[in-house]
Design a protein around this ligand. Structure first.
Ligand code: CMC
Length: 404
């Protein structure tokens, strides 16, 4: 019943969403296929956002929505959760990869490398024509990503790796693998576990962004799915995309105090200055990113629970208020996006800034594998081949090297 309600609620929202997302592409016939795909994905994305209001939030296990397209029976739900739990451990050889990295390596560098390298452990997944192999590869990726991400964090801290505990939820398990230490008992805060789940859900999929398109493009050649996901991780890393959460928190720290905000807003408007307000603007949303609303409330919940009075939240709220009043931001429809508040939450939880994009990648893996599967299952899809418009010289004379 929950899902029916959720899907019907999603309909009205979806129309609004489609209006925002599709309006600017109406005249472009080349985008027609993409448009129907976006419509399909949009309903899942909004379904995920809506589900946060459920009294019994089913947590991130609803990643199943993305993989099979719908929530079905309790038995199927349990079977899916069980399958993911079965695959949370990593091959012990994988632990040895880390020794090749410096302790101060950027976590995204380690994630890109290790996910690509894991493809060597599962040669069977290369057979993308076999649905069972494909499903197993996707389940493994979803299951192993938190373990891998937590190990990356522990490695940078010089701490012992903590193995997964499958009786816990996805969010709880991840927090425990990151923050428990052998010398102490780790008590999981329900507020933090809920916040973790919300962050994972809100980052799970978001139609054809740079990293998702990269995964589809890389996978379109029949490449190993782990390698395709590694390509997506590389694309996510940049500050215009997944790296914005890291860049946003660094910016809020740099601003430091409320009185310095106007100076930074002015800089972001100056065309001679490359500075932009990180966490503002979106290629698709020309309105308030609905995910940012959930993140803002979650930031308050987490800071209240931890009793943290951080000047960063004050700076963030005032920056948001001033930017929304500013003519430049209003005219260009630049609103806070999902990354504006997520960094504040992750920082309060104790994650170092460099880990933020790793958490984004962990969550987005669900969307990536679903999109990749959808691509492979669609018989009309062929190897990706973006078109090129040649803008070079029409004719050039060849001049031998010794005459140049
Ligand atoms: N601060 C100041 N000006 C901005 C900003 C910003 N954050 N974003 C866009 N603008 C201006 C931009 O200079 C341009 O002005 P003009 O029309 O005078 O040349 C106009 O707004 C349109 O910008 P654009 O770069 O053409 O827009 P885009 O759709 O290519 O870029 C964006 C979208 C998200 C890359 C961009 O808004 C940005 O760089 N934002 C900051 C980084 C960020 O928060 N990224 C996270 C995106 S959400 C999570 C995700 O998808 O990964």
């Amino acid at each position: 019943m929950g899902l029916m309600l959720l899907m019907s609620n999603a309909c009205t929202l979806m129309q609004a969403f489609l209006h925002w997302t599709l309006g600017s592409h109406q005249q472009d016939p080349a985008k027609a296929k993409l448009r129907s795909l976006m419509a399909k994905k949009a309903s899942y994305c909004i379904a995920a956002i809506q589900s946060l209001n459920w009294p019994n939030n089913p947590g991130f296990w609803k990643s199943r929505i993305f993989l099979i397209g719908d929530l079905r029976s309790q038995a199927q739900f349990r079977a899916f959760s069980g399958q993911v739990s079965e695959h949370t451990l990593l091959h012990t050889q994988i632990d040895r990869f880390f020794e090749g990295f410096r302790r101060d390596s950027h976590p995204m560098a380690m994630l890109t490398g290790t996910v690509g390298a894991i493809s060597a452990f599962y040669p069977g997944a290369m057979d993308s024509s076999d649905p069972e192999e494909r499903n197993l590869a996707y389940i493994r990726l979803i299951a192993k990503m938190p373990t891998l991400a937590a190990r990356i964090y522990k490695y940078t801290q010089g701490q012992k790796f903590v193995d997964p505990l499958n009786e816990l939820s996805y969010g709880e398990n991840f927090l425990r693998m990151c923050f428990s230490v052998p010398a102490e008992k780790y008590k999981i805060s329900p507020t933090l576990a809920r916040a973790m789940d919300k962050i994972f859900i809100l980052h799970a999929d978001h139609e054809q962004n740079a990293s998702t398109s990269t995964v589809r493009l890389a996978g379109s050649s029949g490449a190993h799915p782990y390698a395709a996901i590694a390509a997506g991780i590389a694309s996510l890393w940049g500050p215009s995309h997944g790296g914005a959460n890291e860049a946003c928190l660094n910016m809020l720290r740099e601003i430091g105090t409320v009185d310095r905000i106007p100076e930074f807003i002015e800089r972001s408007k100056d065309k001679n200055d490359s500075f932009r307000l990180m966490g503002f603007g979106h290629r698709v949303y020309k309105n308030y990113d609905p995910r940012a609303t959930v993140m803002q409330k979650t930031a308050h919940d987490v800071l209240d629970e931890l009793g943290v009075d951080t000047p960063i939240l004050r700076v963030a709220k005032e920056l948001e208020r001033l930017a929304l009043e500013d003519e430049y931001f209003r005219e260009k429809k630049l609103y806070p996006n999902v990354d504006f508040y997520s960094g504040i939450i992750l920082d309060a939880m104790g994650f170092p800034t460099e880990m933020f994009t790793v958490l984004f990648a962990l969550a987005r893996t669900v969307g990536w594998v679903s999109q990749l599967n959808e691509f492979i299952e669609d018989p009309s899809q062929r190897i990706g081949r973006p078109r090129q418009i040649y803008t070079g010289a029409a004719m050039r004379d060849f001049v031998p090297i010794n005459e140049r």
